[in-house]
Design a protein around this ligand. Structure first.
Ligand code: TYM
Length: 326
């Protein structure tokens, strides 16, 4: 069975972008693949996190995985820090990664722009992501568009290691959907919808109440036309709302276009809001049940235990090949 791995940072409330770009694909792939879905808490601390917020957000991301339909009997769901092999393999991968490669990472450039004290972890972060993926000989990595460059680095490092120390790693492929791989902000279609945005009106949190969702979508920026048409170059805001509609409802972009032919933006926005609410309401209900059940920690411990077997075996083999005395 082919292997799938992915992760999400517990650095804030998950957004609809995280769901459409990542989680909905996790849910689909678990039926046909051996899956590992992590909450990447070690990645989250590459930018400052309040300790209590990190603890809460880590539980929240894990519960949202489960509430969205990830079945812990099918997929390993766990916290990255609970499998220490990630950090150790991350260090080894850092030593094989060139400064120039890390300097080219656009996500580092974006996240460090205009900041004066940048933690060095933010710079070497992609090497830890490489370790996450290679630790399981992952075949497929479901991610949004913004992670593509990190995946290319992972492929390069797998090949570099194999050449230098003998064939070991599978060279992984990204799994990026055509629709919804980059959901944009509601107030600015030139920037990505992000959980770390300071403006809550720019994103829909997976835990926003239905009325908040309706209000945010009704206030989303649009052009001054009337035609509901997918045309990202000329109609970026409407195209983004169409991707959201399609990503939440399962309809194709053509079907959305056909449904709103001849209707104005008002009716369309109402439709988008209802598609989002009907997706998120049941997820939210399950989310609160899971948080209240008190079972989350046991599920995460079980996931980590299972994952550690594979990750430890890979780490041991890597250390053996690199010349460590075992
Ligand atoms: P993170 O936490 O920034 O995002 C988690 C996932 O959500 C996707 N995503 C989006 N997709 C569409 N539209 C958006 N607006 C949007 N915002 C976020 C991201 O592409 C990602 O798939 N480095 C990773 C986490 C990571 C990881 C890994 C991923 C660590 N180790 C190993 C895969 C495999 C990150 O910061 O994602």
């Amino acid at each position: 069975m082919k292997k799938v791995l992915s992760g999400i940072q517990p650095s804030g409330q998950l957004t609809l972008g995280n769901y459409i770009g990542a989680i909905r694909n996790f849910v689909e792939l678990q039926h046909s693949h051996e899956c590992y879905f992590m909450v990447v808490d070690l990645h989250a601390v590459t930018t400052p996190q309040e300790p209590e917020a990190l603890r809460e957000n880590s539980a929240s991301v894990a519960a949202l995985y489960l509430a969205s339909g990830i079945d812990p009997q099918k997929a390993s769901v766990y916290l990255q820090s609970h499998v220490p092999a990630h950090a150790e393999l991350g260090w080894l991968m850092t030593t094989l990664t060139y400064m120039g490669e890390l300097e080219r990472m656009t996500q580092f450039k974006d996240k460090s722009a205009g900041k004066s004290s940048i933690g060095s972890g933010l710079f070497v972060y992609p090497a830890l992501m490489v370790a996450d993926i290679l630790a399981y000989n992952t075949d497929l990595v479901p991610v949004g568009d913004d992670q593509k460059q990190h995946l290319e680095l992972t492929r390069d490092l797998a090949q570099r290691f194999n050449q230098r120390f003998g064939d070991l790693f599978t060279v992984p492929e990204p799994y990026i959907q055509k629709v919804g791989a980059r959901i944009m902000s509601l107030d600015d279609a030139s920037s990505k919808m992000s959980k770390s945005s300071p403006n809550p009106a720019s994103f829909i949190s997976m835990l926003d109440a239905p009325d908040v969702i309706r209000k945010k979508i009704s206030r989303a920026t649009t052009d001054s036309g009337r035609e509901v048409k997918f045309d990202p170059a000329n109609k970026p805001e409407i195209s983004n709302l169409m991707s959201i509609y399609a990503g939440c409802s399962g309809l194709s972009l053509q079907e959305v276009e056909a449904k709103y032919e001849g209707e104005g933006y008002g009716a369309f926005k109402k439709g988008v809001a209802e598609a989002v609410v009907s997706l998120l309401e049941p997820i939210q209900q399950r989310y609160y049940e899971i948080r209240e059940s008190g079972q989350l920690d046991a599920i995460l411990a079980q996931g980590a235990e299972k994952a550690a077997v594979t990750a430890n075996a890979t780490l041991r083999e890597v250390k053996q090949r690199m010349g460590f005395r075992l």
